[in-house]
Design a binder for this molecule. Structure first.
Ligand code: COA
Length: 193
């Protein structure tokens, strides 16, 4: 069943996760410029073509339409204490028949190494199971992305598959792609954490 109402924000211990607003465009453009190298392999082409704040505003409008169509739920993440931008998490490619959805994430470079990705991913997983009422969450990452694999493993995902030479890096090299899954019946964090 497609969920009728989806809360636009929620929080974890240190972080606020909320839907982007049009006024986030300027800060988002700055973030893209400051993190070009760090996010080079990760950002979809949609963002790589952005030249200025107005382009960001256009993309944010497209993402809002995707949210309203229940196709893609993108959340910006901010530190509660300082209000600083930390990164982004999304739930994409829903299949409401199962139902299941795919989790993805990035942090800006200077906010890595603090456990924020794992904390935010856990909050998103709880959101996906409890608000979107999915039965499973997919997660994919390149086989050479060890930081992302550690996030998946800390969140309790099981490695389910390896697609050989499935991803072309920006330098032209082919790498395997790993697929992880987390089932609703494997998740019991609110009680256990
Ligand atoms: C993938 C990515 C989000 C991981 O970020 P990260 O900072 O390594 O992950 P976390 O926020 O969970 O932080 C974990 C690290 O913080 C350390 N840490 C420091 N203080 C901590 C705290 N208070 N609590 C928890 N962990 C803490 C942990 O020891 C851990 O280090 P380790 O992985 O070397 O063992 C980040 O590398 C990134 O944005 N990469 C580019 C985009 C990308 O690849 N996205 C995923 C595509 S599939």
């Amino acid at each position: 069943m497609i969920p009728p109402d989806i809360p636009p924000e929620f929080s974890s211990t240190r972080l606020l996760l909320r839907r982007y607003r049009p006024e986030d465009s300027a800060a988002y453009f700055q973030m893209l410029q400051a993190n070009q190298e760090h996010l080079r392999e990760f950002l979809p082409s949609l963002w790589q073509e952005v030249q200025n704040e107005a382009d960001v505003a256009t993309v944010l409008r497209q993402l809002a339409a995707e949210w309203d169509a229940r196709n893609l739920f993108i959340f910006g993440v901010w530190e509660k204490e300082s209000g600083s931008y930390v990164g982004e998490l999304y739930l994409a490619n829903p299949d409401w028949q199962v139902p299941c959805v795919e989790l993805g994430y990035f942090l800006v470079k200077d906010k890595t190494g603090r456990g924020y990705a794992t904390e935010a991913a856990r909050a998103m997983i709880q959101f996906a199971f409890e608000q979107l009422k999915v039965n499973r969450i997919d997660l994919q990452c390149a086989a050479d992305n060890l930081a992302s694999q550690r996030v998946a493993e800390r969140c309790g995902f099981t490695l389910e598959g390896r697609q050989r030479q499935r991803q072309r890096k920006k330098d032209g090299k082919l790498v395997d792609r790993l697929w992880y899954g987390l089932l609703h019946n494997e998740y019991a964090w609110p009680e256990n954490h």
